[in-house]
Design a binder for this molecule. Structure first.
Ligand code: PLP
Length: 386
């Protein structure tokens, strides 16, 4: 990422003021991202939804809801949060519902998207006429290199294949949904859309809406917004002006947050090691799952600067390392480390595994005031297990 930009949005004089560890979220960056997404809505007639899976912070829902059309949820509790705290359209997709989950999902959702014909047939008679019903389809094509995030990999459990629909009467289904992108550009959407239309194009004329899923990295500086706009407009023109939805998560809060942590101790074991007051396992899980090495403001690649450290967390997991970084000066207790692009897939995935405490959630307002949205303690740990 552009380090200058991170320093402008999260200057040291501000990151020095928070208690660590904490996620620091900028309202201003979210507003800027939402303005771009709103311009896509305005130029295409598509509706853009926030994927709650990536980011769910009710404190900024009023801000996001001013620009976007609603949320997409993955089950009853996200759907309820969307209905009660966001207050616009709620679309819910889940790979499969229990009876209870379905009943609660229905209550809080405007659109329900089923993953299979059998799930739809199981629940269809319980769905009132005013609800919109969709089917997730598998476009059979994706360019996601990490298998963990590839919904079209061989053996994928996501979405129906064309052969699953042979002989099936689709009356009652009014939309199709596909999701096959991950942090990708409009050029990839063009290719996925081509496969989607080759496989399912004959069904589109019977539909009222098509949901292009998430993974569109629209707010990245190198994203080709013009190509996205052209692609949606051409698709709508080909298909009788059908309603299109996009449901990005990452793009809504891209670069809108940092994670601020402090050095607690340093030691040497064949290399220099620093132990921080955070944990990759519990606070930055994608670092271990993806895996990736997050950008750290002011630090270089190993050996690029004079002092290289392997940064580790304060859990008992042997592999709880964030990565190796180099610094201009030796690290010491109390030094602050600021990791960038930490609003997305971060605090929504946190756990208290190993008794590691949860970081504060802090909001930076447009006029540079800090407010602690939530801090956590013993009760948060205990309430999940007793
Ligand atoms: C994860 C997910 C999204 C959001 O994806 P981003 O990569 O955060 O944009 C949207 N829709 C579905 C079905 C998803 O699984």
């Amino acid at each position: 990422m552009n380090e200058q930009k991170a320093l402008v949005d999260f200057p040291t004089r501000i990151t020095n003021r928070v208690k660590t560890p904490c996620y620091l979220i900028s309202s201003e960056v979210i507003r800027r991202n939402c303005e771009l997404l709103a311009s896509v809505q305005q130029r295409t007639g598509a509706k853009v939804l926030l994927a709650l899976k990536a980011f769910a912070l009710p404190a900024v829902f009023p801000l996001i809801a001013r620009h976007l059309s609603g949320v997409c949820a993955s089950g009853p509790i996200e759907a309820r949060l969307g209905r009660e705290e966001f207050g616009k359209e709620v679309h819910t997709y889940s790979p499969a519902f229990t009876d209870s989950q379905f009943e609660r999902t229905l209550r809080y959702s405007d659109h329900i998207v089923f993953n299979s014909v059998s799930q739809w047939q199981l629940f269809r008679d319980k769905i009132p006429a005013e609800k919109k019903v969709g089917l997730r389809v598998n476009p059979g094509y994706a360019e996601v290199e990490v298998d963990l995030y590839n919904p079209c990999i061989a053996g994928s459990r996501f979405g129906v294949q064309p052969q699953d629909l042979e002989g099936v009467d689709l009356s009652g289904i009014d939309g199709l949904h596909f999701h096959a992108l991950c942090e990708q550009g409009a050029d990839v959407l063009v290719r996925v859309l081509k496969h989607f239309e080759q496989r399912f194009g004959h069904l589109i004329e019977k539909m009222k809406w098509i949901n292009f899923g998430g993974g569109h990295h629209i707010t990245r500086s190198t994203y080709d917004v013009e190509l996205l706009v052209e692609t949606i407009n051409a698709f709508r023109a080909r298909h009788n002006n059908i309603q299109v939805y996009l449901e990005p998560g990452e793009a809504v809060v891209y670069h809108a947050g940092v994670f601020v942590t402090s050095v607690l101790d340093t030691l040497t074991n064949g290399m220099e090691i620093a132990i921080t007051d955070c944990s990759a396992e519990t606070h930055l899980p994608d670092v271990l799952a993806m895996p990736y090495r997050p950008h750290l403001i002011g630090a270089g690649q190993p050996d690029e600067k004079a002092y290289t450290y392997r940064l580790g967390g304060n859990s008992c997991l042997a592999g709880d390392f964030i990565g190796s970084y180099s610094f201009d000066a030796p690290l010491k207790r109390g030094d602050r480390l600021v990791f960038t692009d930490m609003a997305l897939y971060s605090f929504v995935k946190n756990t208290t595994f190993n008794g590691v405490e949860l970081p504060d959630l802090v909001l930076l307002s447009e006029d540079k005031r800090l407010s602690v949205v939530r801090s956590f303690g013993y009760q948060d740990y205990k309430s999940r297990i007793s």
